[in-house]
Every structure is written in structure tokens, then in C-alpha cells.
Design a protein around this ligand. Structure first.
Ligand code: DAH
Length: 351
């Protein structure tokens, strides 16, 4: 039986040499230490031994069992170490590698200009007043002194969104930010109808027109309207304010000009231009004749003041309305207004 034990031990240790992974190690354990292993067979025959043999064989069998268990433990440890080494090598984490860059958003060039204009006008005491994009014909036109059928409406090709049963007052997408003037004046004057407070606001927002699109016309565009109402406001206040704005935006050398014009809601009215700094006023594809048309302006028409709740005998005011994209084009040298809403990252990432 001692012979048998020796054989069991030799066979087991030899077999262990060939074991290199967890699965075959487990198989080895079942074969050589399990219930039907050669070793266990020796233990099961123990009862048949004589009194003299028992201690000798018993001791030897226990030695073999311990030896096999120790070999099993050592092998198991080796296999685990090898697996760990393998995974460390294969799945290396190099903490010195630079991280993956997260794409960082930024403000749309249009928003950047808007905020700059809020800052410039804020410094001059103007507050931002937000007004609706969907208007009634009454606010978009009639209260601004464009009566029904007035030819000046032809300058603003309008999207009508609901006309049925509304007679002369269909719902429209606002064609300009000017209707906000009426909303604002009515709100301000309602606070103290006998003695309405002065107004000094800018009104930003999207406007909509049914346009033939080209490099300078889009069907939607942002305007910035301005309105100042109070006793004794004059045309020179308007000129001073807009000239100052141009200088604050484009620098002290910025040149401006006012050209007589017509708007139903201002009298007198003027177009406001800034000299094109791309070509220095010589004329280029962006500006055409050296000047970039920024928008309209004028002294608030008495009818409009009255519609807003301000007595035109006691109060005067000036107003203006700019295309924000026009200013952005001038400032950044953009030659096509259609880029603004084209959603092309190659354009947007430049700002
Ligand atoms: N609302 C005019 C337009 O979109 C622009 C304008 C002109 C606004 C003169 C004004 C103004 O406030 O005084 O064509």
C-alpha cells in the first residue's frame, strides 16, 4: 500500500506539471484529491489493515495528502498571478495619455452680437424688453400707423398664419420688432396714465418675412429695436445715440451716416448706415457701395405715441430698428446671411 501511495503521489505531481489554467486545475483536483481519487481509495481501505500497518500507512497517506494539497495551492497561486500579469499587460491603462477632448459648445455669432449690443445700450441706460413673435395685424401694422391696405405694407412680405373670421386683424408672424414699441408703451403708460414714465428700451427678437433669399435676405432674421420716449427728446439725441453705438462697437474711427427715408411710424425717418470697415468705404462685395445699411430710425410718429398712451404734445421720442445679422456680417466680415441658420459647424466654429 505504501507502494501505491508513492505511485499516487508521483502520478499526481507529474500531472500537475501540465496544468496551466483554472479549468484544468479544477479537473486535476477532482482526479487526484476527489472522492474517487487513488488517494481516497487508500483511505477507504484503511480498515482492512493490520494494527502494525495502520500508523505507518496512515502517516504516509496524510503526508501525501498534505503534499498534494500544498502543490495544488502553489499551482493555483501561480495560475492567478499569470492571469493577473496577462491582464495587466493586455489591458494596460496609461494614465499619462491625454484625455479625450469633449466638444465644447459656444455662443452663436448672432447671440454674441446681441449680447454686445445689450452691453453697449445698457451702458447708455437702455433696458431689454422682450416681446412676442406671433402678432396680430393690429399690433404689427395698424397701431404703427400702417392702415389696412397701406402701400408701405408691401415692403414687409408677411406670413399670415390665421385669417378666418378675424376680418382686418389676421394673426401674423411679426415682420419687425416695432410692434413691441406699442406693447411696451402701453405697459409703461398703464402704470401712471396721467403722467407716464419715460421709456428707454431695446427690443430684440426674431422676425419673419416671405423673402426671396439671397446673400443679404433671409426669411427669418433678428432685429434689435430701440425706443426712447420722454419730454424734450430730439433728433440729435437719436443721432448721438446711434453714432455712439457704432463707435462703441467698431471703434472711435467708425463713420456713420443718416439718409432721409420713410417709415409710417416715424416722422422724420432716416436710414442708418455704418461705413464698411472691410473695404474702408471703397465698396466691396459685402457692402456694395462702401456703406452697410444697418436699419431704419426716426422720431416716433405722434399717432404711434398716442396709440401707446403717450400725449404727443408733451412727449417726443426716437426709435430705431437694426438687423442683427447685418451688424454681425459687418463685424466679422461674413459675406452671406444664409450661413447664420445653415447649421454648418465649419461656419459656427469660427466664432
Ligand atoms: N421696423 C422697420 C423694419 O423692419 C425698421 C425700423 C425703422 C424700426 C425705423 C424703427 C424705426 O423703430 O424707427 O423695416
Amino acid at each position: 500500500m505504501l507502494e501505491q501511495l508513492k505511485q499516487v503521489e508521483e502520478d499526481a505531481l507529474k500531472a500537475l506539471q501540465a496544468v496551466h489554467d483554472e479549468a484544468s486545475l479544477e479537473a486535476w483536483r477532482v482526479t487526484h484529491l476527489g472522492r474517487s481519487s487513488g488517494l481516497m481509495e487508500v483511505f477507504s481501505k484503511f480498515g482492512q489493515l493490520s494494527k502494525e500497518e495502520k500508523p505507518v500507512v496512515g502517516q504516509r497517506a496524510n503526508e501525501v495528502k498534505q503534499a498534494l494539497e500544498a502543490a495544488f495551492g502553489a499551482r493555483s497561486e501561480e495560475i492567478q498571478q499569470a492571469a493577473l500579469k496577462h491582464s495587466l499587460e493586455q489591458e494596460q491603462l496609461d494614465v499619462t495619455l491625454p484625455g479625450r477632448r469633449l466638444p465644447l459648445g459656444r455662443l452663436h455669432p448672432d447671440t454674441q452680437i446681441q449680447r454686445e449690443l445689450y452691453r453697449v445700450f445698457g451702458e447708455m441706460g437702455f433696458q431689454v424688453y422682450r416681446s412676442r413673435e406671433v402678432e396680430s395685424d393690429e399690433y404689427n401694422f395698424q397701431l404703427l400707423n400702417f392702415p389696412v391696405g397701406h402701400p408701405a405694407r408691401d415692403m414687409q412680405d408677411t406670413y399670415f398664419i390665421e385669417a378666418e373670421g378675424r376680418g382686418d386683424n389676421p394673426i401674423v408672424m411679426r415682420t419687425h420688432t416695432s410692434p413691441g414699441q406699442i406693447h411696451a408703451m402701453r405697459e409703461y403708460s398703464a402704470r401712471n396714465p396721467q403722467d407716464p414714465p419715460p421709456v428707454r428700451i431695446v427690443l430684440p427678437g426674431m422676425c419673419y418675412r416671405y423673402e426671396q433669399t439671397d446673400a443679404r435676405h433671409e426669411t427669418q432674421f433678428d432685429q434689435l429695436e430701440g425706443l426712447a420716449v420722454g419730454p424734450g427728446i430730439t433728433f440729435s439725441d437719436l443721432k448721438g445715440t446711434l453714432t455712439d453705438m457704432a463707435r462703441r462697437l467698431f471703434g472711435q474711427q467708425a463713420r456713420t451716416r443718416f439718409r432721409a427715408s420713410f417709415f409710417p411710424f416715424t416722422e422724420p425717418s432716416a436710414e442708418f448706415d455704418i461705413e464698411c470697415f472691410l473695404c474702408g468705404g471703397k465698396g466691396c462685395p459685402v457692402c456694395g457701395g462702401g456703406w452697410l445699411e444697418i436699419g431704419g430710425s426716426g422720431m416716433v410718429h405722434p399717432v404711434v405715441l398716442e396709440n401707446g398712451g403717450y400725449d404727443p404734445i408733451r412727449y417726443t421720442g426716437f426709435a430705431f430698428g437694426f438687423g442683427i445679422q447685418r451688424i454681425a456680417m459687418l463685424k466679422y466680415g461674413i459675406n452671406d446671411i444664409r450661413y447664420f441658420w445653415g447649421n454648418d459647424l465649419r461656419f459656427l466654429e469660427q466664432f
